[in-house]
Design a binder for this molecule. Structure first.
Ligand code: AMP
Ligand code: MG
Length: 407
């Protein structure tokens, strides 16, 4: 058996970064930036008010002031001026007019004259403000020349907002990985029809396609290949030729009909590796590159398949998309297991499907979920973390265990 980290190292080495593409910010979410994004204009473009209130000369506050104008957001301030003893009513986001250097918020105002309207009359600033108070300076968010998003950063929804705030209509990112998904097995049927003797409903390919999509990769469905060497070869070749990574499921354990590993060995030009990973579930794993495309031979047991995706395919494909270091991995937390996580010694790291709860004060608590057999998907579906229980007799009640948070 090979330790988990050694297998992950082999996978990551083969998962080189993809080329770049120029895309609209909205299409770049989940991708990594190839170059720094530099502000070509100031945000905000001019000083503006952070509050609804009045624009004033700070030195005039507190005290009675004469309203001489009104500036809603979007109004052009040219020609407007706040002189001594004067104020201009101003709304959040409106440009701060000439002469003014602070804003007194509406909460701190009292209308001092019954005839006052939005732009005329007497108003009293009940508190004194300092120069700059509630004024958002030009370039306060981004000044011209600032690196607002560094190369390598992930384009998040907030980053899309930043790019938009700068008027940037496209950005250069590492291409989104196209991931081909293919299942194998004569027993598998799709859809709701009746099951013939010996048949089961397929679950791995729909689950993998969903996982691929949820990760922000682009899923490509290559269907079910029968347990036939030629059919599997054809499907893997087609998928590897048109995708940036290929996920197969089934056919990598010790059985007679387990053709995936043989085919991958033939196609992968010496890069093929067949592992017995020292973990449970997801012990068998085949890996190789076909024409440079990494092919992940995931196990057929449904839980093993998804755990293997988590441990090998997800970080590998993220590396292809330009992620590195800590960002390759799920966040890990140390959690308390109030009921314990008992196990027996078998030389493997156990990845126990647990529900994780973040208690007040930041303490994580995990509980084992349902049937932990490698074919029992229901526990995986309700779990949201994998507890890493090292070889031995497990975690005692109240003990601490490291967990990867899956969601
Ligand atoms: P294999 O590794 O091909 O021998 O498959 C191991 C177990 O997983 C067997 O019980 C298969 O029936 C089951 N299995 C394989 N592929 C799938 C799939 N795509 N969906 C559901 N179960 C599967
Ligand atoms: Mg099979």
């Amino acid at each position: 058996m090979t330790p988990l980290e050694d297998v992950q190292r082999v996978v990551l080495e083969a998962c080189t970064a993809l080329g770049s593409a120029e895309v609209r910010p909205a299409d770049a979410v989940g991708c990594t930036l190839v170059a720094d994004v530099v502000a070509g204009e100031a945000v905000p473009p001019w000083p503006n008010s952070g509050m609804d209130g009045i624009a004033v000369r700070a030195g005039d506050t507190p005290g009675r002031l004469r309203l001489v104008g009104y500036l809603p957001a979007g109004a052009d301030p040219s020609g407007m001026f706040v002189g001594q003893g004067e104020a201009i009513r101003i709304m959040t986001g409106a440009p701060v007019p000439e002469g003014a250097d602070a804003v007194v918020p509406v909460e701190d105002l009292r209308v001092a004259d019954d005839d006052a309207d939005d732009e005329r009359g007497e108003i009293e600033a009940l508190v004194g403000v300092q120069a700059g108070r509630h004024v958002r300076p030009a370039g306060g968010d981004a000044a011209i020349g600032d690196v607002v998003l560094p190369a390598g950063a992930e384009v998040t929804p907030a980053a899309v907002g930043v790019l938009s705030s700068l008027g940037i209509g496209s950005c250069t990112v590492v291409r989104r990985a196209r991931v081909g998904v293919l299942s194998t097995g004569d027993e598998l049927v799709e859809g709701p029809g009746p099951l013939l003797p010996g048949q089961i409903r397929e679950s791995n390919r729909p689950a993998l396609l969903a996982a691929v999509k949820a990760e922000g990769f682009e899923p490509v469905d290559f269907g079910i290949a029968r347990d036939d060497e030629a059919a599997i070869r054809q499907a893997i070749e087609a998928a590897a030729a048109s995708c940036d990574a290929v996920l197969t499921t089934g056919g990598v354990s010790m059985g007679e009909a387990d053709h995936v590993k043989g085919v991958l060995d033939q196609l992968s030009g010496g890069t093929f590796r067949w592992f017995q990973v020292a973990i449970r579930p997801a012990k068998p794993f085949a890996f190789g590159t076909v024409g440079g495309t990494p092919v992940f031979g995931l196990p057929g047991n449904p839980v093993s398949c998804l755990v293997s995706f988590e441990l090998f395919a997800r970080p590998g494909i993220r590396r292809r998309m330009g992620f590195g270091g800590q960002s390759l991995w799920r966040p890990m937390v140390a959690a308390e297991a109030p009921d314990g996580l008992p196990r027996s010694s078998d030389g493997k790291l156990h990845l126990v499907r647990v529900a994780a709860e973040n208690r007040v004060g930041g303490r994580w608590v995990v509980r084992e979920q349902g049937n932990q057999a490698s074919n029992a998907l229901t526990a995986m579906a309700v779990a949201d973390a994998l507890a890493l229980v090292p070889d031995g007799d497990g975690v005692a009640p109240g003990g601490i265990v490291n967990c990867w948070l899956l969601r």
